[in-house]
Design a protein around this ligand. Structure first.
Ligand SMILES: Nc1ncnc2c1ncn2[C@@H]1O[C@H](COP(=O)(O)OP(=O)(O)OP(=O)(O)O)[C@@H](O)[C@H]1O
Ligand SMILES: [Mg+2]
Length: 281
């Protein structure tokens, strides 16, 4: 991989909210490459949202630099960044503003100057992808919380961003809805979109993310493949995170197997098959 593959970069990034004396981000140095699926995790207030808001220019560094698609965000208006970075807010009600579902979805593509046919096509596509067909004329605030969350994602996807950033996609969704939303993000990732997701749901992280960044007290505490990160159980617990249930499940199902190596669902399946082979030998 070459440096050209880096689509998001932070260099000695520090951020302090103007109303506060302490830093919300301290010396964050990250390279995120084209096509990665990254989960950013960490306890409440650890700096996840503050970090990803730098990726679409909603926040500008107090110190250091953020480079998106080779460009320093400091000199770029958010409207310019919107061409490459789609950002879905943690709370859909902070994002949704239009009178109808249709207007909400069309807003971004119109702003980017898409021709009418492309706007129409994009709308139909995202309505179908998000399971919102037939709701075009509905008022967003009358939708369920889960539907509003999916509308927020739909209106961002309509702009066809190459980088997709989603802040806690599972709020207000049940497990099945969460899985299907993550599946969708995963499908986009397979098509080459770079995806960065923050979440408190470790089961979703262990199922979907290939890389995990752990934030703790405004700093990047761990960064590695999903397996590498979840293998560091002590550090994970220290950062206030409950490891994925698959670990607990593995301990219960295979009490005699020492879990000194990373466990993700695939590993657990493999371990179980091996144990069965031992028993039936
Ligand atoms: N608008 C703001 N003004 C002042 N301080 C803020 C603001 N937004 C966040 N903070 C503070 O910055 C720190 C990091 O907050 P941030 O929202 O980035 O955390 P988070 O990891 O996204 O948390 P959560 O899991 O609850 O979403 C916290 O101490 C928070 O109180
Ligand atoms: Mg947050």
């Amino acid at each position: 991989m070459s440096v050209d593959d880096i689509v998001l970069k932070t260099e000695e990034l520090y951020y302090r909210y103007p109303t506060r004396s302490d830093y919300a981000l301290i010396n964050v140095n990250l390279d995120i490459r084209k096509g990665e699926f990254v989960a950013i995790i960490g306890q409440n207030g650890s700096g996840k949202t503050t970090l990803i808001k730098h990726f679409n220019g909603l926040l500008k560094p107090t110190r250091g630099r953020v480079i998106v698609d080779g460009k320093d965000t400091r000199g770029l208006p958010t409207s310019e960044l919107a061409r490459s970075v789609g950002y879905v807010f943690q709370n859909p009600d902070h994002q949704i503003f239009a009178e109808t579902v249709k207007d909400e979805i069309d807003f971004g593509p119109k702003n980017l100057g898409f021709p009418p046919e492309r706007i129409e096509q994009a709308r139909q596509r995202v309505l179908a992808e998000m399971g919102l067909q037939g709701l075009e004329e509905e008022m967003p605030f009358q939708l369920s919380r889960g539907q509003r969350q999916r509308l927020a994602v739909a209106s961002v996807l309509a702009m066809e961003p190459v980088i997709l950033i989603v802040d806690e996609p599972t709020t207000g969704q049940d497990w099945r809805e969460s899985i299907s939303l993550m599946e969708l993000i995963y499908q986009l990732n397979k098509k080459g979109h770079t995806c960065v997701v923050t979440t408190h749901n470790m089961n979703l992280v262990s199922l979907f993310a290939r890389r995990v960044i752990v934030m703790w007290r405004s700093e990047v505490y761990l960064d590695g493949t999903t397996q590498e990160v979840f293998a560091q159980v002590d550090q994970i617990l220290r950062a206030g995170i409950k490891p994925p249930e698959v670990y607990e499940l593995a301990r219960r199902l295979l009490p005699d197997v020492r879990l000194d190596r990373p466990i993700i669902p695939e590993d657990l399946a493999e371990l179980l098959v091996k144990e069965r082979e031992k028993i039936h030998r």
